[in-house]
Design a protein around this ligand. Structure first.
Ligand code: F3S
Length: 397
């Protein structure tokens, strides 16, 4: 790989041990993927933040890097295992909280913003079209690449941290034009509306792409999509298909940058949507937990929940998972008061997947296909997908 003199100085240890270790990680990665050189990144998003994922080994690595490491670019964190302020109300035990805070303190020592959210693009870590990133949250990477037209590979926790401490990443994969072209044409022949339906669509496409060898989809037949619908779609297609980039005709910015694919074509009809939705609803379901905000809820979604909950009382555990800055806006405008008076709980900094709640509930209702996947796989819950309105209705009945 061609390294600049600054890259070489970092690798030689001129800027300390953590920077040197980071350069070692990045040059190995670059050599594996045959990158020609490194490129500057404008932002980093680090995942694997929950103490549940990190464990003592991960914490030890972080502490070592925090001894002399300092970030060179804006860096934010994915959801942690708990709400930093409200963890007791969410039933998180003291020991877990202590360990989670040790990890967050190590991130903070390196200059990382410890607002923990999977929607960095909604809270200021917001790239522009064409800018390069090193992000490590699959839903956010898919959103940045596809909806914004920025450029990021799906980083792992250590490589994202290495980019944060150096400000660079190897130039390969989605950073290059030649790897961004649509490869499979997907025609959607049915109306798709709401975060739940966009999640169902993401599952269908993701499942197909796994069979086709993870190709980049080019989707037609969607006349419009909100930010919330797109973030739900990104989370789902990234979870079920490992997809980091798609194009959607007249919706995403690069839809006409490259030729439209025509070799592989498949249709999605209403019957496919109905079948996939049925697969996200388990039999013999007893719902005792409702959660909205996967990916983290926007202020629009919180406004909707407040409107639906006004004057009502929830009868089940109900979490709204969101970024803390979004929660602060909800506080200011009065949405939080309405939601909390109804008995629902905000879970900022965390979510129903990364919080240590395995086995605590029998069945979860969500509006997110990604939360269904991990609710089953990680937390062993039975699951049901539904619209936000249906989720609120379930929580209050
Ligand atoms: Fe975000 Fe947790 Fe869903 S990290 S995308 S809310 S699983």
């Amino acid at each position: 790989m061609k390294l600049t003199s600054e890259d070489q100085d970092m690798l030689d240890g001129k800027y300390g041990k953590a920077t040197q270790k980071s350069m070692e990680i990045l040059t190995i990665l670059g050599e594996i993927f045959e990158a020609e050189d490194m490129i500057d990144v404008v932002g980093v998003q680090i995942a694997g933040v929950s103490y549940d994922n990190l464990g003592e080994a991960g914490l030890e690595f972080l502490s070592e890097m925090a001894e002399d490491g300092k970030v060179r670019v804006l860096t934010t964190l994915n959801p942690a295992g708990m709400d930093r302020e409200n963890w007791r109300a969410l039933g998180i035990d003291e020991e877990f909280a202590k360990n989670q805070n040790r990890a967050l303190d190590a991130f903070a020592k390196m200059g990382i913003i410890t607002t923990c959210s999977c929607t960095p693009y909604l809270i200021g870590n917001t790239p522009h079209y064409g800018q390069h990133l090193a992000w490590a949250e699959s839903s956010a990477v898919c959103y940045a690449n596809s909806v914004i037209g920025a450029r990021s590979n799906r980083e792992g926790g250590p490589s994202a941290l290495a980019s944060a401490l150096t400000g660079i990443t190897p130039r390969y994969g989605y950073h290059l034009d030649k790897n961004r072209q649509g490869e499979v044409l997907i025609k959607v022949n049915a109306p798709v509306k709401g975060t739940d339906e966009f999640g169902v669509l993401g599952k269908i496409i993701g499942d197909k792409l796994v069979k086709l060898g993870k190709k980049i989809p080019y989707i037609t037949g969607i006349p419009s999509a909100s930010i919330e619908e797109l973030k739900s779609f990104c989370a789902s297609v990234a979870t079920y298909g490992g997809t980091a980039l798609f194009h959607m005709e007249r919706i995403t910015p690069e839809f006409d940058t490259y030729p439209k694919p025509s070799d592989i074509v498949f249709d999605i009809n209403q019957s496919d949507l109905d079948k996939a939705r049925a697969e996200l609803i388990d039999d013999h379901l007893e719902i005792d937990f409702v959660s909205i905000g996967c990916p983290h809820a926007s202020i629009h979604e919180i406004a909707t929940i407040a409107k639906l909950l006004k004057g009502k009382k929830v009868k089940k555990e109900f979490w709204i998972t969101t970024a803390r800055p979004t929660k602060r806006i909800a506080d200011e405008v009065g949405y939080s008061k309405i939601i909390e008076m109804a008995g629902a709980k905000f879970a900022a900094d965390t979510c129903c997947v990364v919080a240590p709640i395995k086995g605590r509930f029998k069945g979860i209702m969500v509006d997110s296909a990604k939360a269904c996947y991990y609710g089953r796989a990680k937390n062993k819950f039975k699951v049901k997908i539904g619209k936000i309105e249906e989720c609120v209705e379930e929580a209050t009945k």
